[in-house]
Design a protein around this ligand. Structure first.
Ligand code: IMP
Length: 434
């Protein structure tokens, strides 16, 4: 679409930053919205004209006419979830004919979900529940990516279209999967039932499945612009996040080339999305986490409960050390600060500007859970803002303390703020330059 450059939107914290809203805001200015990583572990909520849409697999660009919604090869797709989402949107009158799915996207099968669940249960171990589990969403994401790495046991979307090949693949894989599941204590898989389901998925997905790499390159060659939608978030990236408490894909912009076939140099603008505070779901380090009434208040005001699992999210102050690191890894060119309205009404706010490790101060974020567990956040206090900010539509409408809070973030991170969100609706947004 004229005037828009190819852009990536990426979460800079542990997910749930409100990327869905931003993607929805920008989608109409691009010709295609493209997912490159993750699977049904992601949950994007978008509120359009008072109607809330919760999408897990389908790029939120689907809510815009004239915009293609593309699921790239780097995504792991649970066909049952995808088709439920397709049906749900169609029932609400959303046209889903612009959805495309890479023939090389890997398929999440029932055994992946079973393995995810069993691994978590077994690793949790003893009665204390303090074992080696990750706290996954149990959507089969890790086991599906593991099969991609194993190669021999993987099924890709294109395989669903050819009955002979599908039957051959599943029959070859099944003895191994059955043995593994049996060892983990899970019931056996009924091969014919699985083949029937997989063929039915293939029949319904056929019109959407294609070579998305050539599709996207064709769009770029025609001067069209793409919007890449990162699922999950930077600190959950398997290489650059708080390992091992991460997901199984490259959620950062570094995942775009591998997950779509589009070279990184084609991405001209990177919008990094973060909350005005921090949250995290599941296990893993979180230096600025709070366990007090402030956390409770942020959780309630921000409705901090998982879109995918409904789990209460852990809450804490904004961690600028982690944020600066995330901007560096993604090559962020502009910041989008979400949920500023949630912080209204506090007398004082805290921003973490340094970590203390073994008595030494550092401004480096180490993406390793063992190191981060030993970190003490050093925070600076800034005045809170009393007024509600949901009606603000420009920076000038904000209380001066709220503007000072944003200025401090911008100055610390060294990246300009382009968007500030002050409420869930599309309209409740301050667009500084977008
Ligand atoms: P998995 O992606 O289901 O394997 O879960 C791995 C970790 O990533 C868990 O701590 C999840 O809670 C977390 N996670 C995965 N996707 C998201 C997301 O979209 N938002 C927030 N946390 C996520």
């Amino acid at each position: 679409m004229s005037g828009s450059v190819t852009t990536a939107i990426v979460g800079l914290q542990w997910g749930d930053e409100g990327k869905g809203k931003l993607i929805d805001l920008l989608a109409g200015r691009h010709d295609a919205v493209v997912r490159y990583n993750g699977g049904a572990n992601a949950g994007h909520s978008v509120v359009v004209e008072g109607v809330r849409y919760a999408l897990h697999l389908i790029p939120s660009g689907i809510l815009h006419a004239d915009t293609l919604a593309v699921i790239g090869n780097g995504v792991v797709v649970d066909p049952a979830v995808l088709l439920r989402e397709v049906d749900g949107l169609a029932e609400r009158g959303v046209d889903v004919s612009a959805l495309r799915l890479s023939n090389r996207a890997h398929v999440v099968l029932p055994w992946h979900r079973a393995e995810d669940e069993l691994r978590e249960t077994i690793l949790r171990g003893g009665s204390t529940g303090e074992g080696g589990q990750i706290g996954t969403t149990k959507r089969g994401i890790g086991p599906a990516y593991a099969d991609k790495a194993h190669r021999s046991t993987a099924i890709r979307a294109g395989d669903l279209l050819d009955e002979r090949r599908l039957r051959q693949r599943l029959e070859a894989v099944l003895p191994l999967k059955s043995r593994c599941l049996e060892a983990l204590g899970s019931p056996p898989v009924e091969v014919n039932a699985l083949i029937d389901s997989a063929l039915a998925w293939g029949a319904r997905l056929r019109p959407m499945i294609c070579d998305t790499t050539y599709l996207l390159h064709g769009l770029l060659a025609d001067g069209k612009s793409l919007l890449f939608e990162g699922a999950n978030a930077t600190l959950l990236d398997v290489d650059h996040g708080t390992f091992p408490f991460v997901t199984s894909s490259n959620c950062t912009t570094l995942g775009i080339p591998a997950g779509t076939g589009i070279p990184g140099r084609c991405v001209e603008r990177v919008l990094g999305v973060c909350k005005a505070y921090c949250t995290r779901v599941g296990s893993g380090p979180f230096p600025t986490e709070l366990h007090d009434p402030t956390a409770e208040r942020i959780r309630e005001r921000g409705n901090e409960y998982g879109t995918t699992t409904g789990r209460p999210r852990r809450c804490g102050w904004l961690d600028l050390v982690a944020l600066k690191y995330a901007c560096m890894i993604n090559g962020v060119t502009g910041l989008s600060i979400m949920l500023l309205d949630v912080l209204a009404g506090f007398d004082e706010l805290q921003l973490c500007t340094t970590y203390e490790v073994d008595g030494e101060r550092t401004d480096r974020f180490t993406p390793d859970a063992a190191v981060l567990d030993g970190v003490t956040p050093v925070c600076e206090s800034v005045p809170g803002f009393a007024d509600e900010v949901r009606a603000a539509r420009s920076l000038g409408d904000l209380p001066s303390e709220a503007r000072a809070y944003l200025d401090r973030i911008e100055a610390f991170v060294g990246v300009p703020i382009e968007v500030v969100s002050v409420g869930p609706d599309r309209a409740e947004t301050i667009q500084i330059s977008a």
